[in-house]
Design a binder for this molecule. Structure first.
Ligand code: SF4
Length: 379
């Protein structure tokens, strides 16, 4: 398949592995954070870490929007469905994320709440059209990548006069999260030598918004595609920058990302959303200017204004290390619940639920087991 097979080619993988082994200086470590869960899964699925010299390490970052969504937002969504009796439309991953008191959207649905799993924003619009007597709320979530479909749904609802449709907006922005991770690096946080930058996000916002990483923090960035050879080539580009004492934003994912991103999609975002003053991220705390809400022009479609809910403060499951994993400070195997109490069938934290979560990646591909026989892409 074009744009897939050539980025999983074993012969090229071996060549890249040899180039990385030759480039990596034996007298130092290279600690490279992959921001996205898509990178983490490529690394584990294809055994990319096994193709690296021992001094080149991937550090897993915030992963995905489901992983970083704080428990309180799931509690709020459950309250929307149970206290306000709305029809809540949500994506599959979110259904099983643990909420307070061992609840989840799936359990709330089993107890009678009208919570429906959707595949796209268009499904939520369809449900609203087919059920004019019901208030239908779209649980919108995602990094910048998924904001255009939400914006289109909002504009469609306005154009059609769908008075029973609204949006519970949980879209978050990646640069502020990266800033926080780097600002807290050091003795208390994670030490990073380079960043594998978000790829799908960057198709939308471009590579320019990451210029602050080298200029303010002295850490190089390579915008990296999600296929295994993308990840390997990006690691090589970072190692070469580090060795040469260069520190800049480079773009490996040239087939999809430009410096300025997608102007049409950015204009749509500007029209439909505004930046929230603050938003809580699981593991990172309250970050300024890090999430979106509906703009003033579309405030009548904002579910948080239409159905206000207060929820008590929430607490992570005891022993769950998701917050430290999302900051890159710990690995899934550092969690004593990993693979014992916490598995994909019985997730205790978001990192085990989400298809892009680090714990799910460790567990699904089994590479944490010393005896793992899973082959690497270049094996
Ligand atoms: S293994 Fe489970 S409990 Fe431990 S950090 Fe991961 S999601 Fe949380």
């Amino acid at each position: 398949m074009r744009y897939v097979d050539e980025f999983r080619d074993q012969r090229l993988a071996r060549q890249l592995a040899a180039a990385i082994a030759a480039a990596a200086r034996p007298d130092r470590e290279y600690r490279l954070m992959e921001f996205c869960g898509g990178h983490t899964h490529a690394i584990f699925r294809y055994g990319v870490q096994h193709l690296m010299p021992s001094n080149v390490r991937f550090i897993h970052g915030p992963g995905c929007p489901v992983c970083v969504l704080p428990m309180a937002r799931i509690d709020q969504a459950i309250a929307l469905a149970t206290r306000h009796g709305v029809t809540l439309c949500t994506y599959g991953d979110l259904m099983r994320v643990p909420a307070s008191e061992r609840k989840s959207l799936l359990k709330a649905k089993a107890e009678g709440a009208d919570i429906r799993m959707i595949y796209s924003t268009q499904d939520a619009l369809r449900i609203a059209r087919e059920n004019p007597e019901r208030q239908v709320v779209l649980f919108a979530i995602g990094f910048e990548t998924t904001t255009p479909p939400t914006a289109v749904a909002i504009k469609t609802a306005r154009a059609e006069g769908l008075a029973n449709f609204s949006v519970f907006c949980n879209h978050v922005l990646t640069p502020p999260a990266l800033r926080t991770i780097l600002a807290t690096a050091g003795p208390e946080g994670v030490r990073l030598d380079g960043i594998l930058g978000p790829s799908h996000v960057s198709t939308l916002i471009g590579s320019r918004p990451y210029a602050f990483v080298p200029s303010e923090f002295g850490v190089p960035v390579v915008i990296a595609g999600f296929e295994p050879l993308d990840v390997m080539q990006s690691a090589l580009m970072l190692i070469e920058q580090i060795n040469a004492g260069r520190c800049e934003v480079e773009n490996q994912y040239l087939r999809a990302v430009t410096e300025d991103g997608n102007p049409k999609a950015l204009a749509l975002m500007d029209e439909v959303f505004r930046i929230r003053d603050r938003f809580e991220w699981r593991g990172l705390g309250e970050l300024p200017d890090s999430a979106l809400a509906l703009s003033e022009d579309y405030a009548d479609l904002d579910a948080e204004l239409r159905f206000p809910v207060e929820v008590p403060e929430s607490r992570e499951a005891r022993g769950c290390e998701c917050p430290a994993i999302l900051r890159g400070v710990k690995e899934p195997t550092d969690c004593r619940l990993f693979g014992t109490v916490c598995t994909p069938d019985n997730p205790m934290g978001s990192c085990m639920v989400s298809s892009e979560g680090a714990c799910a990646a460790y567990w699904s591909y089994g590479r944490f087991r010393a005896s793992s026989s899973s082959p690497a892409v270049g094996a």
